[in-house]
Write a protein that binds this ligand. Structure first.
Ligand SMILES: Nc1ncnc2c1ncn2[C@@H]1O[C@H](COP(=O)(O)OP(=O)(O)O)[C@@H](O)[C@H]1O
Ligand SMILES: [Mg+2]
Length: 266
């Protein structure tokens, strides 16, 4: 059977990250400046903010794909020094392998960990869990974008990560498919108690899904504000409370129509 993942705590302590500009080696980009954030086990945190404010950089740091210039990151008390299976990620540009079937893609993590033989049944479990039963033998180009996103989720969840990093995972989907997969992710979040850290550009998605929304501002990327979403789940997207959070977020992002000096474009 599939073991439930124990949830992970992420601590981000005063990190700064600078990149050298590819076009001009003398110019540097301060992607993140003095960012601190504690994420509790099982928490659902959304990062939102203008393009270029460091959201993907922050996820890549947590994934261990890059290192900060200063400050520290830890998971469950241990420094993050590289990628690890306890931190799964589903990034928008992290496409399925086109040469593998859906089942092959979902099985990939088990194979690289050398546990496929004993956990073969998990492949069917996760394919069913994301609503792709019957599509096991299809290749990515034979199914829709939404189905590929579901398969990508199953592929990252099958190895029971304690933390799942999602970088605009639903960005390319139509509104209905998107709402549908939001619910699938929330079901998995509550079922597995996985800590989830998701980047989105969609204010409604942030309010619908998160325990906490972290608003970043650019140049340099910093935490501008954090909002706890104190609403029971499942959330009603048209309730007055929901709309109040939505409005609060839009105003912080200067997109609420109440601030004419908008320097903030999502
Ligand atoms: N590998 C890199 N090399 C140079 N600059 C980078 C690199 N990755 C990100 N940046 C720069 O860092 C800033 C933050 O980027 P990113 O984290 O991708 O922002 P976001 O995901 O919020 O749009 C941007 O100015 C971007 O151009
Ligand atoms: Mg990004």
């Amino acid at each position: 059977m599939v073991a439930a993942a124990a949830a992970g705590r992420i601590r981000i302590d005063n990190i700064t990250k600078t990149f050298i500009n590819e076009a001009d080696a003398n110019a540097t980009v301060r992607a993140l400046s003095n960012v601190s954030l504690d994420i509790a086990p099982g928490e659902f945190v959304t990062l939102i903010g203008a393009s270029g404010c460091g959201k993907s950089t922050l996820l890549r740091l947590i994934a261990g794909l890059i290192k900060p210039d200063s400050g520290s990151l830890s998971m469950d008390g241990e420094d993050i020094s590289g990628p690890g299976p306890e931190r799964g990620f589903a990034f928008q540009d992290h496409a399925l392998f086109p040469w593998l079937t859906i089942a092959g893609n979902v099985a990939f993590g088990l194979k690289t960990q050398g546990v496929y033989a004993e956990r073969k049944a998990d492949v069917a479990h996760w394919i069913e869990r994301v609503g792709l039963k019957g599509f096991e033998k299809y290749y990515p180009h034979q199914i829709s974008g939404g189905m590929c996103q579901r398969a990508a989720l199953a592929r990252s969840l099958i190895v029971s990560p304690k933390v799942l990093l999602l970088d605009e995972p639903l960005g390319a989907l139509d509104a209905f498919t998107r709402m549908n997969i939001q619910d699938e992710i929330l079901k998995i979040h509550s079922g597995e108690q996985t800590t989830m850290i998701m980047v989105t550009h969609d204010v409604d998605e942030a309010v619908y899904m998160s325990d906490r929304v972290v608003v970043l501002s650019p140049r340099p990327g910093r935490i501008r504000e954090t909002i706890e979403i104190d609403l029971a789940r499942p959330r009603a997207r048209s309730s007055a409370d929901f709309m109040a959070y939505r409005k609060q977020l839009l105003n912080i992002l200067h997109l609420g129509g109440e601030d004419t000096g908008a320097d903030y474009v999502i």
